[in-house]
Write a protein of this length. Structure first.
Length: 532
C-alpha cells in the first residue's frame, strides 16, 4: 500500500482511486432475499414472535395469549405460522387462526390469516410473498385441514392476498351507536376543557346560546333535551330520526373544524407501528394549534414579522373550537335522554321473560341456544367446545346477558368493554340465536338491558349480522352519512381462497364453490374476528 501523503496542516490526503485497495463494506440496507430463511414455526420461536408483534403493532402480547390463540386452539394439531428469519433473527411471520366453519349440515376446517407482520427494517424484501408461497405450498391440495381461508385484510395486505388467489367477495359493515357524541366530538376536534364539564352541569347551555352567532354554529342547536324527549316519547321512529340528526350535527361540526378523514385514524407517521386509534394528546395538540409558526434559525434574535393570514387562521380555529364546544354540550345532554326514551319504547310486555347477567359467558347455555336456530350460509360452528375455548382469551372480559322464558334460555347477548382515544366503548360481540328473527322480543329485552348498562360509554359498536334492525336501535354504518364524514370506514372486505383444489375435492370434506360466494352468503358477528 503506498505511503500516505499529508498536507501542510497534517491532514492525510486521500490517494487516487487507482491506488485504493479493494475493501468490502457491510451495507446498512437489508440483504437480498437469498439471505432470508422462510420456514414453519418452531416452539423456540414464541418469544421472538411476541417481541416482533410488539415492535410492529405497538401492542404487548404475552405467552398466555399466544398459547390460547395458537397452541391451545382445538381446531388445529400444530401452530399454523410461517416465519422469516435472517442470521437467526425472526423478522417476519404469516399466521393463521383455525376455526370450524359450517354451511348447512357440513362443518369445514378453515383458516383465518392474522397477525401478518414484517419488521420495519426488513420490509420491501418480498418476505410477505415468500411466506405466503410457503403457506400455500404447505396447505393447498391437501385432502385434510384446512379446506379454505377467509379473512378481512387491511389495505396493506389486501392486494398481496389477491395476488395469491384470494377472491374479494364483498364487505361486511361496522355499526356505531353514539351514546355520548359530545365526548367523541371533543376527542376528534380537541374541544376546550370547558366543554368537558357538560355532563355534570345541571342546566348546560344549548348550542348557540352563548356569544355572537357563528357560521360554524348553524347546525349546532338541538333544542331543549326535555322537549326532545317528550317529542319522541310515543314513537321509536322519531327517536331514531332525532339521534341521526344529532349525529349529523356532530359529523358536520367535526368535519368543518378539522377536515379529518377518520375518527380512529392513527396520528403517527407512516413509519411508526400501526395504531387502532390516535392518542388523545395528539388529537388535542393538532386541533388546538392556532396556526403554523414561521421557522426560525437559532441565530435569529427577534421573532419574524406577523403574517396577517396567521391571525385570520387563529381566529377561525378559535371560533371552530367554540362552536364544537357548544355542539358537544347540546349533544351530551339530548342524545342520552333520547336513547333512554327510545329504548323503553322497544320493550314488549312479556311477564314470562327474565334476564340474567353473567361475568363469564356460560358456554353450555350459549351452545344450547345456538343449536335451536342455525342460520343459513357460512358461519362459525358454535359448539360448547368452541365457546369454552373462544371466551377463554386471557386479559379479556365478556359480560353476558341471557334471556329465559319459563326457566329455559331463549336468547343471549355477549359484550366486551373497550377503550379508545375517542372514549370508552362497548362491543356487541355475539347475539343468539344467530337467526336473528327467531327470538326478536327476547333479543330486544337483552339489548335494552345491555345498552342501559353502557349508558356511560361514549359509543357502542356492532359488526355484521348482530342486530335484527340496526337503525331501529340507532346504530349507524360508518360507510354512509353522517358517520362517513368523520370516520375511516371500519367495514371489512371479505376475501376467501379455496385451499383444496379440484384434484383432491372428490374425496375431501370441502366447501365447493367457496370462491363464488358473496358476503351475503356469510353470517358474521364480532366473535368471528380473530382480534375479538
Amino acid at each position: 500500500m503506498p505511503a500516505r501523503q499529508r498536507g501542510r496542516d497534517g491532514t492525510i490526503l486521500s490517494p487516487s482511486a487507482s491506488t485504493l485497495p479493494m475493501i468490502q463494506f457491510r451495507s446498512t440496507r437489508p440483504r437480498p432475499q437469498a439471505s432470508y430463511t422462510v420456514r414453519p414455526f418452531r416452539p423456540s420461536d414464541r418469544s421472538a414472535f411476541l417481541s416482533l408483534y410488539e415492535r410492529v403493532f405497538g401492542q404487548e402480547r404475552d405467552t398466555e395469549w399466544f398459547r390460547w390463540k395458537f397452541e391451545r386452539n382445538p381446531y388445529v394439531d400444530h401452530v399454523p405460522i410461517i416465519v422469516a428469519e435472517r442470521d437467526g433473527e425472526l423478522v417476519g411471520a404469516r399466521s393463521f387462526f383455525a376455526q370450524p366453519i359450517r354451511n348447512g349440515e357440513t362443518v369445514f376446517p378453515a383458516f383465518q390469516p392474522c397477525d401478518t407482520m414484517v419488521h420495519p427494517d426488513h420490509q420491501r424484501q418480498g418476505l410477505f410473498d415468500r411466506m405466503n408461497e410457503l403457506a400455500l405450498e404447505r396447505y393447498v391440495g391437501q385432502a385434510r385441514d384446512p379446506a379454505f381461508c377467509f379473512n378481512f385484510p387491511n389495505e396493506h395486505s389486501k392486494q398481496g392476498n389477491i395476488n395469491y388467489g384470494w377472491q374479494d367477495v364483498g364487505t361486511v359493515p361496522m355499526y356505531y351507536r353514539p351514546q355520548d357524541p359530545g365526548t367523541v366530538l371533543r376527542a376528534v376536534t380537541g374541544g376546550s376543557e370547558r366543554a368537558n364539564t357538560a355532563r355534570s352541569t345541571s342546566a348546560p347551555k344549548t348550542a348557540g346560546s352563548a356569544g355572537a352567532p357563528d357560521p360554524e354554529n348553524s347546525a349546532g342547536s338541538t333544542g331543549s333535551a326535555e322537549t326532545t324527549a317528550s317529542t319522541v316519547a310515543a314513537d321509536p321512529t322519531t327517536a331514531t330520526e332525532t339521534v341521526q340528526s344529532s349525529v349529523s350535527k356532530l359529523a358536520t361540526s367535526a368535519a368543518s373544524s378539522l377536515r379529518v378523514p377518520s375518527l380512529f385514524q392513527s396520528s403517527q407517521p407512516p413509519s411508526s407501528p400501526p395504531s387502532a386509534v390516535p392518542s388523545a394528546s395528539a388529537s388535542t395538540s393538532t386541533s388546538s394549534s392556532a396556526s403554523p409558526t414561521p421557522s426560525a434559525t437559532p441565530s435569529e434574535a427577534t421573532p419574524p414579522p406577523t403574517d396577517p393570514s396567521t391571525d385570520t387562521t387563529a381566529t377561525t380555529s378559535s371560533r371552530s373550537v367554540r362552536a364544537t364546544d357548544r355542539v358537544a354540550q347540546s349533544l351530551t345532554t339530548a342524545v342520552p335522554m333520547v336513547h333512554r326514551v327510545g329504548d323503553r319504547l322497544l320493550l314488549t310486555a312479556d311477564s314470562g321473560l327474565t334476564v340474567e347477567q353473567y361475568d363469564r359467558p356460560p358456554a353450555a347455555v350459549l351452545a344450547s341456544i345456538s343449536r335451536r336456530s342455525i342460520p343459513a350460509g357460512f358461519h362459525t360452528d358454535r359448539s360448547e367446545r368452541f365457546y369454552r375455548w373462544r371466551f377463554d382469551r386471557p386479559n379479556r372480559s365478556y359480560p353476558t346477558y341471557v334471556a329465559r322464558r319459563d326457566g329455559h334460555p331463549v336468547a343471549a347477548l355477549v359484550t366486551a368493554p373497550a377503550s379508545t382515544a375517542a372514549g370508552d366503548s362497548v362491543r356487541l360481540v355475539e347475539t343468539l340465536p344467530r337467526d336473528l328473527d327467531a327470538a326478536t322480543d327476547a333479543l330486544e329485552s337483552l339489548l335494552v338491558r345491555a345498552l342501559g348498562d353502557a349508558r356511560e360509554r361514549a359509543f357502542v359498536t356492532a359488526f355484521g349480522q348482530t342486530l335484527p334492525k340496526p337503525l331501529r336501535y340507532r346504530f349507524y354504518p360508518d360507510t354512509r352519512f353522517p358517520l362517513s364524514t368523520v370516520l375511516q370506514p371500519a367495514c371489512r372486505t371479505l376475501l376467501v381462497r379455496d385451499l383444496v383444489g379440484d384434484d383432491a375435492r372428490a374425496d375431501a370434506n370441502t366447501a365447493s364453490g367457496i370462491e363464488t360466494c358473496s358476503a351475503a352468503d356469510w353470517c358474521f358477528s364480532r366473535l368471528d374476528l380473530d382480534t375479538t
